[in-house]
Structures are given as C-alpha cells and as structure tokens.
Design a protein around this ligand. Structure first.
Ligand code: SF4
Length: 453
C-alpha cells in the first residue's frame, strides 16, 4: 500500500521523457539512409516485430498526442494501403534474410479507419511478404465510436487476439472538454462483441489529468472500467504539450485543467481502485489481471518497453511501416517522414521514407538496457549488464550513483545485490530515476517533455 501523499508526489514531479525508448525519440536527427540499408542487410533471421501506423481518424480529439490525419474520406484508407504494399515489398527486398515476424501491431490514429476489405488486403500482403510465425501475437488499436461488427468479425478471422480500446474518461463534462464523445454502451458493446468473436486480450486506455476531471467523476469512470472487466488497463497521464501540438490549446480553454497535486490525487486514487479490484500494477502505468500473459511476464521480469509501451515479448528488432513509424534494432533507431505526402513520394520513388534516426554507441546501449529494466521492473541488477557489455558498472556510473542520494526517497544502490532499487514512491516516479542515467537530458531540454506525474 502506498503511503505517499498527493502533495509529496506532486512536489517531486518534473518534466521528462516517457522512456518508451532510450535515447528518447527527441534525439533522432537527419540520418544517412545508407546507414539503415546496411543495418537491414545484417538483420539476418532476427526475431522481428512489425508495427504498421494507420494515421487516419474520423475526427480529432483535442488532447491527442499521436500523428493523426482527421478525415471522413474513407477512400484515403484504400490509397494508403496501396502505398503500404509498395513499401512492404521494398523493405523485404532490402532485408538480408526473410525474418520471422513474432508480433504484428497495427496502431494509429485509428487502424479501424480501414474498411474490412482493406484490413484483409493488408494482412494478406504481410503474410505473402514475410514469414509470420503461426503463434505471432496480432494486436490492433480501436476507436469504439467507429468500430463495426463487420470489422470485429474480420479481425477475428484474420487471427487478431489483442485489442487496445480507447476510452480516456466516461464523464460527459470531460468528453465535452476533449471533443470525444463515447458512451459506456458503445464501449460495452465492443467488448462483448469482441469476446463473442474470441478476441480474448482486451486493453482499455484511460487518461488522468484531463480538463474537468474531479476525484468524484474519475472514481465513477474507474468504477465503469472495472465493471467492463478488461484484461489490461493502461492509465496514462495527460501530456499537455501545446507548443508542439497546437490543437491542445483547445483543451486549455475547455475547462479547469487539474494542477500537479490534483493530477497526483487522481493517479493515487486510480491505483487504489484498480488494485482493490484485483489488477496487478505493472511497470509505470499498466494494470493486468493476475495470471494474464502480461502479469506473468512482469513477475518473471520479462517485460520489454517499446514505442508501443509495455510488451510481454521482447523482439530486439521492430520494423515500422507507414507514415511516422519508428523502427528499432539493437544499434539503430529511425523514423519515417511524419507528413503523408513526403512518406508517399519517397516510397513511390523507391527510396527509404526516412526522416531522422540515431546510431546507438556503446554508452547508449548500456544506458538503454539499464533504463528499460528500471522502467519494466523498478529495479536493475548490474551484474548481468556488466557481463553483457563487459564494463564495471560502479566505476562507469560513479557520478550517477553518487547522485542517487539526492533522490533518496525514490531509489538506492543496494550493495549486497549490486542493484539499483526503486522505493514504492520511486516506482511511480521511475521516470525521475531514469533521468539520472540519461546523458542527453539538459535542464532546458526537459521542457520538451510531459510531467512525470
Ligand atoms: S481517436 Fe485516438 S488517435 Fe484519433 S484523434 Fe482521438 S486520441 Fe487521437
């Protein structure tokens, strides 16, 4: 049980990366495409996860932080799939070997913007181009306001098992303020229909820190979420970055924005409510049913952290397809153009549609491994890292370990286990702990990021 007050929690909140990657995506810079070509050739038969970004949504939610194209023109989805087909063929030709795809994720935007026929075309193309492992996990993000019974039936036929369903908040005042109206009935229908089709791994996304949220209204939302019995819940703090995302200025005008202490109150109440309902608190912001694949992976310290958040299967390589998609290998990260026109013209010209990237040096790789374990397990044993990278951790991280007492309530170095351990409060502020090991973080640069609570 947490014994920290919301005031103390808010006092320690700072701005920092979400550490879905290290180095953070803000460090990606223009990169020579030949570096990526060389990396693709050497992948060999590495286990690969495939991520496909579908950027379209029927309308724009004002809090949205994703790369989204709001449109009601359904034909844009068909055209987009045509370009994806071209990109997929080109990517396969660049790879040194035909890799086995262990995981397939469709994210967005709203992948269910695609009509059932386009979804089928897309999956058929993937199966024809790559070796999709028979037990590959197939997941997709859905907007319950626009998902149809025909799409759910098609997804089940296409072998999808995992759905991530956007909710955010059921309170009408909050939905007014964020320009996203979604009833409990719509969400409950989607869950029931998905289960009827055998789609058994269902995640609900909820967000704290939205305008007009109060402890009472958010408690009612959490009660509804618990009643709906999802297998997982992702509880995100609203990232308000209007300088980067100008449409978020509409959110500021829509109603009272919870301040730091109010955000901390909402977070602590949510953790209490969800754990009381039997969910296991995982990593920074996820909750899973006991015995579920994610809860098992967490207890066995097998969780991984990727641009999609927490995942229970580690694939050292993630290949992204589509506009703004990010790919990662153990040595290189790269991101596609974020404008659909630039991405499409590069693909049609037969070029890699890459806008920026980074080659990881040894220091990046060491810190990446350390930060990932902290984010996933709340602790990191330094011995295995020393073996993997042939270095002496206490000497290498002398300055960082010396800095830990400054955040003593959050993490300590345990001499006996040669490990860094976060405290219960430090689990909630694990981004603060990771920041102590982030060599890219500059005091002013931190303003580019969202609050850690
Ligand atoms: S449905 Fe999701 S991706 Fe689309 S605008 Fe709303 S929050 Fe953004």
């Amino acid at each position: 049980m947490l014994v920290i007050s919301s005031r103390d929690l808010a006092r320690q909140a700072v701005r920092g990366p979400r550490y879905t990657s290290y180095p953070p995506a803000t460090e990606l810079r223009p990169i020579d495409p030949s570096t990526i070509d060389a990396e693709l050739v050497t992948l060999g038969d590495a286990a690969v996860a495939l991520y496909i970004h579908i950027p379209f949504c029927r309308s724009l939610c004002w809090y949205c932080g994703c790369n989204v194209i709001p449109t009601r023109d359904a034909s844009r989805g068909d055209r987009y799939v045509d370009v994806l087909a071209l990109e997929m063929t080109q990517l396969a030709a660049r790879l040194g070997a035909r890799p086995v795809i262990r995981e397939l994720a469709l994210g967005g935007g709203s992948p269910n913007f695609l009509a059932p026929g386009s979804l089928r075309t897309l999956i058929t193309m993937i199966e024809a181009t790559f070796d999709l492992a028979p037990d590959a996990r197939r997941s997709i993000e859905l907007d319950p306001r626009t998902t149809t019974a025909a799409q759910l039936a098609e997804l089940a036929t296409l072998g999808f098992t995992s759905l991530s369903i956007g909710v955010q908040d059921f309170a009408l005042a909050v939905q007014d303020a964020i320009h996203r109206h979604q009833s409990r009935t719509q969400t409950a229908w989607l869950i029931a229909e998905a289960r009827r089709h055998g789609l058994a791994d269902l995640n609900l996304d909820i967000v704290y820190g939205l305008p007009c949220q109060t402890p009472t209204s958010f408690a009612a939302t959490l009660d509804t979420v618990v009643e709906l019995q999802p297998d997982r819940i992702a509880l995100f703090g609203y990232a308000h970055l209007p300088d980067k995302l100008p449409h978020q200025r509409l959110v500021e005008k829509a109603g009272h924005m919870p301040d730091g202490e109010e955000r901390a109150t909402l977070l602590l109440a949510a953790i209490e409510r969800l754990t009381a309902a039997g969910y296991v608190h995982i990593g920074l912001d996820h909750f899973a049913r006991p015995g579920s694949a994610m809860a098992r992976a967490a207890s066995e310290q097998r969780l991984a952290r990727t641009f999609q958040g927490y995942v229970e299967h580690r694939a050292d390589t993630v290949l992204g397809l589509g506009v703004s998609a990010i790919s990662t290998t153990p040595r290189v990260f790269w991101q596609h153009h974020v404008e659909v026109e630039a991405w499409e013209s590069a693909v049609r010209a037969g070029a890699l549609p890459v806008a920026r990237g980074i080659v990881l040096d040894l220091d990046d790789q060491i810190r990446r491994a350390l930060i990932e374990r902290l984010m996933c397990d709340g602790r990191v044993e330094l011995g295995p890292l020393e073996e993997q990278f042939a270095f002496a951790a206490c000497t290498y991280f002398e300055a960082e370990l010396a800095r830990l007492p400054e955040i003593q309530q959050l993490a300590t170095y345990d001499v006996a286990h040669h490990s860094i351990e976060t405290t219960p409060e430090g689990r909630l502020l694990v981004r603060n702990v990771c920041m102590a090991f982030d060599r890219y973080l500059q005091p002013l640069g931190a303003q580019r990021f969202s609050a850690t609570i």
